[in-house]
Design a protein around this ligand. Structure first.
Ligand SMILES: [Zn+2]
Length: 392
């Protein structure tokens, strides 16, 4: 706390005396110069310099005087808090977190790659990652393995509780898929098991919706404040819409009581442009933007996190809201990131610098539906704990 107060005091000094040559001669480790800073956490959208000292944001001003060990020219770029992706599979590969970091992700969550029997290898990858990485434990003891369908017997509450306790520094909740073919009509029972697994810790569950046996209206009442619905644009039979395409009132009620609705882009069966259009018409946007990214996603329609952000931008989500859903909102959803998602003075200097390019870009959903957009966000540079991340 002392550090924070000192930094706040120092910044107040700069703001008061800034512009005069006698302004306190601050020495910055890094100045990110001249970018458009968009930080929804503090309502800032303006061209600003960002000054960093000792890994923390020390000043934001129109023109920061004082010297810097390093200057990062961000003119023409968008400077925002480091991105946080709450649904990835980065824990499967040792190289994945660094690749994601270069896309601007200074925080991420692996969502269910590991279950009680397999989480140790996932947590090992995440603990050794350069940025802050956390995991959601699959309720299935073997985790989510591509192409494999677990059976109901794999959902073991005691083993899950043990794994949560063993990795309390990394595991921030439990993930489940209620659409697994072999689960069938036991999907609600599976969700109850997931809730039982997190009951002692009070952690959230993330539920993958879509092709479940039970209707979404039966699923939502089993979710508590802080739980996450991922793949919110999944199509019928169990989408967020009724037969006439209107949002279920239950969906709005769930949001009101603190259930988080997450994009969860993915590649098959999770995201349909028609669903996006319906939600958009009704003013229903994602609370959080996530990708379902893994190390091979470069070669898929996911590509990278800024590409997924761009899809929402194209359909009319305001840029500041897109950025909020990629920074502030995920930081609020998971306390492990509570000091992130902001460029406020004193916050960790985790920064994503993206470039918004004009052109002709193809944006594809999970069903081959293609839309052409005129703008696309591209990764430009990432700052982690005040240090610029070297390019690949
Ligand atoms: Zn996933």
């Amino acid at each position: 706390m002392t550090d924070r107060r000192q930094l706040l005091g120092a910044t107040a000094g700069i703001l008061l005396f800034g512009g005069t040559p006698s302004a306190r001669a601050q020495s910055y480790d890094l100045i990110v110069r001249g970018g458009r800073v968009i930080d929804p956490s503090v309502g800032l959208n303006a061209v600003r310099d960002v000054g960093i000292i000792a890994g923390r944001i020390a000043a934001i001003d129109t023109r920061i005087a004082g010297d810097a060990s390093e200057v990062l020219d961000a003119s023409g770029k968008i400077v925002m808090p480091g991105l946080i992706d709450i649904h990835t599979h980065a824990g499967r590969n040792r190289e994945a977190p660094l690749a994601a970091l270069r896309d601007g992700l200074t925080g991420l969550i692996d969502a269910g790659s590991g279950g009680a029997d397999t989480i140790d290898s996932v947590t090992d990858v995440l603990r050794n990652a350069p940025q802050r990485c956390r995991a959601l434990l699959s309720i299935m003891r073997g985790g989510i393995v591509p192409g494999e369908q677990p059976s109901f017997a794999d959902a073991n509450v005691d083993l899950a509780r043990g794994a949560i306790a063993r990795h309390a520094d990394i595991v921030v909740g439990v993930k489940l898929r209620i659409s697994d073919n072999l689960i069938g009509d036991r999907d609600l029972e599976l969700l109850r098991r997931a809730q039982a697994a997190v009951a002692p810790s009070g952690l959230p569950v993330m539920v993958h919706i879509g092709q479940s046996y039970s209707p979404l209206r039966a699923v939502l009442p089993l979710l508590k404040h802080g739980d996450v619905v991922t793949h919110m644009y999944a199509p019928a039979p169990n989408s967020i819409f009724d037969d006439r395409g209107r949002l279920f009132p239950d969906v709005l009620a769930a949001r009101r009581r603190g259930v988080v609705f997450d994009f969860g882009h993915g590649v098959t069966g999770h995201f349909d442009w028609d669903m996006v259009a319906r939600a958009t018409e009704q003013g229903f946007w994602p609370d959080t933007i996530s990708t379902d990214w893994n190390i091979n996603s470069r070669n898929t329609i996911v590509t990278d996190f800024p590409n997924v952000m761009s899809k929402l931008l194209m359909v009319g989500m305001p840029l500041t809201d897109v950025i909020a859903a990629a920074t502030r909102n995920p930081a609020r959803a998971f306390p492990a990131f509570a000091d992130g998602g902001t460029l406020n003075i004193g916050a960790p200097a985790d920064i994503a610098i993206l470039e918004l390019r004009e052109g002709r870009f193809e944006f594809v959903d999970n069903y081959g539906g293609t839309k052409i957009g005129r703008q696309r966000l591209f990764p430009f540079a990432t700052v982690l704990s005040g240090k610029r991340v070297p390019r690949a």
